[in-house]
Ligand binder design. Structure first.
Ligand SMILES: Cc1ncc(COP(=O)(O)O)c(C=O)c1O
Length: 349
């Protein structure tokens, strides 16, 4: 792989205490182009704008997918990734669904390793902080034919982040719009899934909520996800989350939370859960916690939910699962506690 290092670093201009998610990028990026039916040799080069023809396929037909992962530093300055193989496997599924050629696994891991290693000074060290890593691929042929692109660009860019302390969310259980439908691309991290979500989310925000709880597209009764997170409910002392399907993203954090909860002796069920069940368990006093989980925030508590004209508040409980699970996950990610499941991936210099 060709490596073309930047002469200057931007790192001294960055105030790491005030960086906001995804606004500052590190000195380098990884790029690999698909041309004439094959992936060319990849390159790491200084982070810089792309020059694209106005007819570039992705602007018109949206053949684009992405991944989201993080790099963490331990107290000895060793950098780690968390479950990157799961991200690669999901990337493959997303590519296949969007008819995008799959970047070979060795290019992905070599690129990740080298890029994160070159920009390792950008990975913050404070417990709970990390560097966000965004691999993505898009259709890059300059053509307006509504058929699959012939060329593709695969890039990885990185963005440092501070410890992300999220406030509890108030969410609206959606009864009209859908994020995904059976047979669609909901299980893929396809760019268009996100583009199509912004309007319904903005309507929920205008009603005073922070996010949407997505429900199934035919009955709007079954709970699927919350915003860009997997969703978990604690009913009495059991943790319940919807099963993955072609309308639900197979979240890496979701799998992690399920495993750690089981390790902690918490009973976990993956099954359908409807809004009616939630409301009735809330009325009975059994609905103790709701939280979302995803790479960006790890775990985000939900303190109230709205459905049609009603709003339901949850009392914060002291011995909550959300804090316990979040702490356990961060400790594994940052090499504070033992990695029983082999989830950490060491970045080599
Ligand atoms: C729709 C959706 N669900 C769930 C998740 C959480 O997935 P992960 O835990 O792999 O970040 C994401 C995050 O990207 C998402 O976009």
């Amino acid at each position: 792989m060709e490596i073309n290092k930047s002469i200057n670093t931007k790192i001294n201009d960055v105030d790491f205490n005030s960086v906001r998610f995804g606004e500052i990028f590190t000195d380098h990026m990884f790029e690999c182009n698909f041309k004439n039916g094959e992936w060319e040799s990849p390159i790491i080069k200084p982070y810089s704008p792309l020059k694209l023809d106005p007819s570039t396929h992705v602007f018109h037909y949206g053949q684009a997918i992405f991944e989201g992962m993080k790099g963490y530093k331990d107290k000895n300055d060793q950098v780690w990734l968390f479950r990157p193989k799961d991200n690669y496997e999901r990337l493959k599924k997303s590519c296949i669904r969007m008819h995008i050629p799959v970047l070979p696994e060795e290019y992905f891991f070599e690129g990740l390793n080298k890029l994160v290693s070159i920009d390792k000074d950008w990975v913050p060290k404070e417990l709970g902080s990390s560097m966000y890593i965004r691999p993505f691929v898009f259709s890059s042929s300059a053509m307006l034919a509504a058929s699959p692109s012939l060329d593709y660009k695969f890039l990885i860019i990185c963005s440092p982040g501070g410890a992300y302390y999220s406030k509890s969310l108030s969410v609206y259980v959606e009864d009209k719009f859908s994020r995904a439908a059976p047979g669609g691309a909901g299980y893929a991290k396809a760019a268009g899934n996100y583009g199509a979500s912004f309007y319904p989310i903005s309507l929920a925000v205008s009603k005073g909520f922070d996010q949407i709880v997505w429900t199934d597209s035919s009955t709007h009764q079954k709970i699927e996800e919350v915003g860009t997170m997997s969703i978990m409910f604690r009913i009495k002392d059991k943790l319940i989350t919807p099963k993955t399907s072609d309308t639900i993203l197979d979240g890496v954090s979701r799998k992690t939370v399920i495993q750690i909860a089981r390790d902690l002796g918490i009973d976990v069920e993956e099954r359908d859960i409807t809004i009616n069940e939630l409301i009735s368990e809330h009325r009975n006093g059994n609905l103790k916690e709701i939280f979302g989980c995803g790479t960006a925030v790890v775990i985000s508590k939900i303190s109230s939910f709205g459905y049609k004209e009603d709003k339901f508040e949850l009392e914060e409980i002291k011995e909550n699962y959300a804090d316990r699970l979040k702490e356990s996950i961060i400790n594994i990610q940052q090499n504070v506690s033992e990695d029983l499941h082999g989830w950490r991936y060491k970045i080599l210099d």
